[in-house]
Ligand binder design. Sequence first.
Ligand SMILES: [Ca+2]
Ligand SMILES: [Ca+2]
Ligand SMILES: [Ca+2]
Length: 712
Amino acid sequence: LVAQLRPKEVVAVDLATRRTLWRRDLPKAPPGGIDGIEAATIHSTSKGPRTLVLVTGTSLATYDLATGRPLWARPNTYVEQGALPIIGNTLWVSGDAGSEGRNLRTGRIEWTNPAASSTDYATVFAGSFVGLGHGKVFALSSRNGKTLWSHEVGPHGTSGGNQYGAALRGRLFVRGISKGMALDAAGKPLWQQPAETMIGQPLWADGNAFVTYDGGRFVRYVPGTEAPLPTSPEARRQEAARLVARFEKLDAAGIKRLQALGTDAFAPMFAEFLRTTRSYDADKDGESYRIYSKYHDLAQTMDRIVDEEHVPELVAALKKAKPDGSEKPFLMGWLGKVGKPDEIVPLFLKELETKTPGFEMYESNTFAARSYIIRSDHPLAVRFMIDKLRDPAADPVMRKEAYWRLAGTGGEAGLRAVLAQRHRRETLKPLAERMDLGYVGKSNRDETITKLVAERTDPKSGRTWSLLRCGILGSSGDLWLAEKVGDAYRNPSFTGVTLDGISRWNKTGLPEPKFAGKTAKELAAGAWFTVLVGNDALTKDADGDGLTDFIEARLGTDPAKADTDGDGDRDEIDPWPNVAAQPKTEAERVLAAAFEARYWGEEYPGVAIMSEKFAPFEMPGRTGPVLFENDHRDFAGTLSRHYEQGVAMLGISDPGEKADARDAIVWNADRSEATVRISTYYGGLNGTGYKAVVCKFGDDWIVVAMDMEFVS
Ligand SMILES: [Ca+2]
Ligand SMILES: [Ca+2]
Ligand SMILES: [Ca+2]
């Protein structure tokens, strides 16, 4: 007979005949509670009647297994343990308030024990209830609930974590937060170990030894104590060599032992590390994954051993390494930690100079060298970074890092180099120029913002028209019409409709826009040519500011006013079309400096929304227009309908988001240094947050550090 649990009911089935014997609704969820089934225990002894015990979220209920008759229930109780141990007719229920023994058939409380609470593991062992939790392993008498024995296996009151137990062949094996142990039937500890040396649920026991599975290998633990570490350097080196020789077989205790040998373990470990990386690079034996894991594990173990005295060996190995040798990132990482700038800056620069521009900042082979050099105030490193910053053809990531840090690391020369590269407020290029039309249809530019959808020549006039997709107004599916003359696309006009439809996140409740009764999909499917070509609505620009009425409806600018914010720049070329003022308070100047640095060197011609709570002002730095969405109000336009379709969402907040940082800035005591977080999301979800540190130099605020806080 089996009981099958369904989302809302329990069904008892005769396994032999597959006949349904009974079905019952599960206990109701309390208001607002989530009722998942946590445990089901079938009490099945040869003597008494059989009982089904169910824990569903916050209720405990019992049923007669033969008939389905509900016996008793205990609603609104959080029962922690997954298993519900039963001895005779006594069910052990433990929760935060301690333990209870209940009669399985009637629910009557037979005993309580307030001291035995919240078990992470519970079972029946040697005729008693045994639990693990709140830092203890303990046994309770099933007759009166008295604590029979108890041992500390973790800090008092702790629970959860990687704790488990197993009763196997007359032994109890448990692993608490800080200790693991084996106990006999009387609860006497047979041996104990630090918890971190005992990995994996015990599966099989043989006397006082047991076997576990440790993600890829079986491990057999036998009682005994490790020999103490030798004291003479020679013996310690021999011990290290012995451990390194069987490195792949070491468990956590072995790794710990190796690390405890400290600098005496360096020579054999380093030799094995180099040998393994070279074998990986040669890949002779076709076991690359195993070898890869091995040298990474070796490197991780060495991280705690490497110190200053090993610098000469690390330097020698780096000089000998092949250009793309797998050991290099580790060597440079260790050198960056323990080397002196005079020793390692020239070495790291040599590594970086051999790289061609355009390489990835986070490419692992030189990551350690680059992270070091960009933060170093060593004169050679500063010189290198200033050269990068001044050279427009240099690697863009290194240029940006130079811009972000040289004011802090480079002294007077670094500061001057940064100031010389600073963005001033500039008007935008006309919209059609920002659309990258020269690249449309060119197969070598996949990522261009405008793409070709369809093209057709009118047989009467001989003119050719193109349907384009362009994300510059915030939705990558936006349809545009342009005339094709020779190779060039002329007079691109926005249709007001997008192939991406309405965003899932649409807050405006407006219906999907149509053009002359057609959706974007219907237009692209063929209707576009007859509906769009020659239609004056496409090109109508009531205020003559360069943005058609369709575009102004999308952006939320005023279609009847060429200069919506009245700052002298017409809407098409205004970098902040709905904000007139420049930064003027100290806080605004800090935010403007952080903003300008964050987007320095980034070319993105599309629309962005700045969503903030402070009063709006213009901050230079982006190559596309930024619309201010003050106080999270919806736009007059329809931009926010396209949340995940390409519109960039910018945000300024204080790092750590302290509620009291009203201006989004965390200031130092004398307000000469300020920290602020700038986040950017493209297409709704794909985003980053950077923490900018801005310092005051004379009367100017300039960024001295910019570090990624999160990637979404
Ligand atoms: Ca206009
Ligand atoms: Ca303006
Ligand atoms: Ca403006």
